[in-house]
Design a protein around this ligand. Sequence first.
Ligand SMILES: C[S@@+](CC[C@H](N)C(=O)[O-])C[C@H]1O[C@@H](n2cnc3c(N)ncnc32)[C@H](O)[C@@H]1O
Length: 473
Amino acid sequence: MQGASQFAKQQSRFVGSGSARDNLYGRFESRLVERGDLSRRLVSYQANKTQPGLRWFKYKEGFSRHLVREALTACPGAVLDPFAGIGTTALVAAGQGRRATGIEIMPIGTRAARAISWVANQPNPDAFKRAASRLLRALDDRLEPTDENLFPHVPITRHAFTEETEAAIAKARAFLRRMRSDELRLVLDVACMSVLEDASFTRKDGQYLRWDNRCGRKLRGRMNKGPIPSYRGALERRLAEIVADFPALRHQYGGGTPSIAEGSALVELPKLPDASMNLTITSPPYANRYDYTRTYALELAWLGYDRAAFGDLRQALISATVENRSKGQQLERRYARQDVLAQANAAVASQEALAEVLDALTASRTELSNPHVIRLVANYFAEMAVVVAELARVTRPGGYVVMVNDNVQYHGEEVPVDVILSAIAEDCGFVCEEIGVLPRGKGNASQQMGRFGRRELRKCVYRWRMAERRHRG
Ligand SMILES: C[S@@+](CC[C@H](N)C(=O)[O-])C[C@H]1O[C@@H](n2cnc3c(N)ncnc32)[C@H](O)[C@@H]1O
């Protein structure tokens, strides 16, 4: 581990020129610690690619089960993840016999998590094997699929599949409709959904859904994803993988069933009782313009999301895109815990470093690639402050929050998400014990690189402890 002061000296050149950010940085300097043991692999999906269950669905925004196992050692007791994704935290914690609660807004994640958990708690795979064989036989059926079973495309998914794949998908959907067991249907549905990308002309790539130039759409870029498997072939492999994973899942996650709520953290967190959690291990969306509804367009359409539902989901996600509008009025009118909201608003209002970033961006408004990044940054912190204030409410004295997040940069202005969120956390009653920094930060977005040069943006794991005696706002 590198000494804090040496690290601080190196890092200070990454800080923007503004003094409020420098001051805030100075406040947290001794707690910003480069952690050689934190690798990119540990905090990303990479390591899950070979993990039973977690490998079924390429949820690239996930973190590794190894990180969760490590973080669980912070303290015993009930575990929460308000941005549960594919359920990594909740599955690992429940597997260790802990009370585990996940909240996730994307139905893709909640369904995958529930499917993994169901398999993990099954004594044997026979019923699943039989259902999987029947599904594959249904795909070999010569009957033409009926319209009601066709893939329910939305404009951004059209041309994703060949006709042959469309027909196979429709047969799978018809089969799933006829199934009687909800549990088996869920696991097969997740399997069918998980191979849509493989069998399509699309690829989830970085922040985008890229299109293969054979798809028949008018495209600007040229991408060829190589051989595309048949839907049946991809599905058969996935089903075999699921069968193979039964024993390992039972061993790893069979110790209990997590509670996974599907909905926004801004709606579900207020439902949790005060001081009911010992430990939160989470990774919120980053303030980096990433749009989950675009990357997961195929899967959301599979689940029946139409254009309006896509729009509603995008607006309900924590603001991280230029399309997100403020949730301020809505929260003011309907938020279930107005005292928590008031505390969050006060914490945000006192963040001088945030005000400095917003002023700097506003001053360069006409030069920004998209002026809505200003509201993106403002809304991101407004909403994350509510989440942090809720975490303060639900965390028992002495309990912990472990959070993975990235700093971002717009128009050359560093947004030090780590220290701003940690300051908000301290306003809400946490003590920021450490901001563990990954040895190599992330470069800024490529469009900004030429103009502003390459800068290292910190990728961190924060550790906040709830004070023994809480002082609320
Ligand atoms: C960085 S990912 C977390 C992935 C997770 N750690 C895992 O291992 O799969 C952030 C997650 O937050 C979810 N999210 C975004 N806005 C949300 C909201 N308002 N409420 C709950 N979840 C939300 C996203 O759908 C995404 O799955």
